[in-house]
Design a binder for this molecule. Structure first.
Ligand code: PMV
Length: 344
């Protein structure tokens, strides 16, 4: 059996970085997806491996402590070797170890996993490292794909918890907001997970600076800002919460002008905590000429910016952005994580 799960990319409309320090945020799942397919290989060989295939490369490790014994590697073994594994493969190794451990402790070896190996394949149309939640979508899709392969039907809350644990193997400080929106889809307020109906008829333009970023480094930089000026950081957190309350009202009233201006206001807070740079500022300033508002989305220091653009202005976008930047108009995904199987 192939167990196939896919999860959407995301954008953060309001509240990135501050959300790590307990503020609210507004996020939306968008119409780009990662698909994770897991399947059992090499049944009854006792020499099976865990193999991970992705656009970033292939990774393979033995599944057993000792091929002469039918021992699955325990989650402790997986955890021990996690630090030696390239970060992009860690969540999959973590999840496989966790599910195997669970299977062993709860009901012996899983029936559909008879001393074999496990192969996990990742196909994605989400650009990596640019603030569109590629790693969160992978963690969410992998949790569903692998757990269902083992016949586990977890509650969506537990599934989300495990996805966040998996993401913590790459980025220990994650707020969990990204995995949450990838799981449930739609536009949500975080942490309440209340869905926000999207009635506004505007383009959510996403422009990629093509500068890869590192979320962990950007979050550490913001931690330093906080350490140096606790009072100002706390003021900014309060401002962000207040801004989000106003945004929710504007969205309910379909008040797109206020929505756009709040995006630009949020950008000022992101500038102050120093996660912007000249390239992002230039893109934002240009897009402000034709949009109701624009800002960084995600960790910043590179990655993407978003702008709220009316239909009649969409054709002006190419002239505003440097030739090396990519852009697209995102649609909101309402499905969240989805699962299917192929019997072989
Ligand atoms: O750039 P991304 O997709 O890794 O988004 C990070 C968002 C942060 O708020 C900076 C971190 C978090 O865990 O919420």
């Amino acid at each position: 059996m192939k167990s196939i799960a896919s999860a959407p990319a995301k954008i953060i409309l309001f509240g990135e970085h501050f959300v790590v320090h307990g503020t609210k945020a507004i996020l939306a799942a968008i119409d780009k997806r990662v698909t994770v397919t897991s399947t059992v290989t090499e049944t009854r060989t006792l020499t099976g491996t865990l193999k991970i295939n992705s656009q970033l490369g292939t990774f393979e490790i033995p599944m057993y402590d000792d091929p002469k014994q039918s021992n699955f590697l325990s989650v402790e073994c997986y955890n021990r070797c996690l630090s030696m594994i390239k970060s992009e493969f860690r969540p999959f190794v973590y999840l496989a170890g966790k599910m195997l451990d669970y299977a062993r402790s709860s009901r012996g070896y899983p029936l559909n996993f008879d001393y074999g190996g496990l192969e996990i394949t990742i196909d994605s149309d989400i650009p990596v490292g640019v603030g569109l939640g590629s790693s969160s979508a992978c963690c969410v899709a992998a949790t569903t794909s692998i757990s269902r392969l083992f016949g586990r039907k977890l509650l969506s809350e537990r599934m989300l918890e495990m996805s966040i644990e998996a993401e913590r193997t790459i980025f220990p400080d994650t707020s969990g907001a990204d995995c949450t929106v990838c799981t449930y889809g739609g536009m949500i307020e975080y942490p309440s997970i209340e869905k926000i109906g999207n009635t506004f008829d505007l383009n959510l333009l996403i422009a990629n600076s093509m500068i890869p970023h590192n979320t962990k480094n950007s979050v550490e930089k913001v931690n330093k800002f906080k350490e140096n000026d606790e009072d100002r950081f706390s003021q900014l957190c309060n401002l962000e919460n207040g801004l989000i309350d106003e945004v929710i009202i504007a969205m309910k009233n379909n008040d797109t002008t206020t929505l756009g201006s709040k995006m630009s206001e949020n950008q000022k807070y992101l500038e102050e905590i120093q996660v912007s740079n000249d390239t992002l500022r230039d893109m934002i300033n240009s897009l402000n000429e034709i949009s109701l508002g624009s800002k960084i989305t995600g960790a910043g220091d590179g990655g993407c910016v978003i702008a709220l653009v009316e239909d009649e202005n969409m054709d002006k976008v190419p002239a505003l952005l440097p030739k090396d930047k990519e852009y697209f108009s995102a649609k909101i995904d309402t499905k969240g994580v989805v699962w299917s199987t192929i019997e072989e």
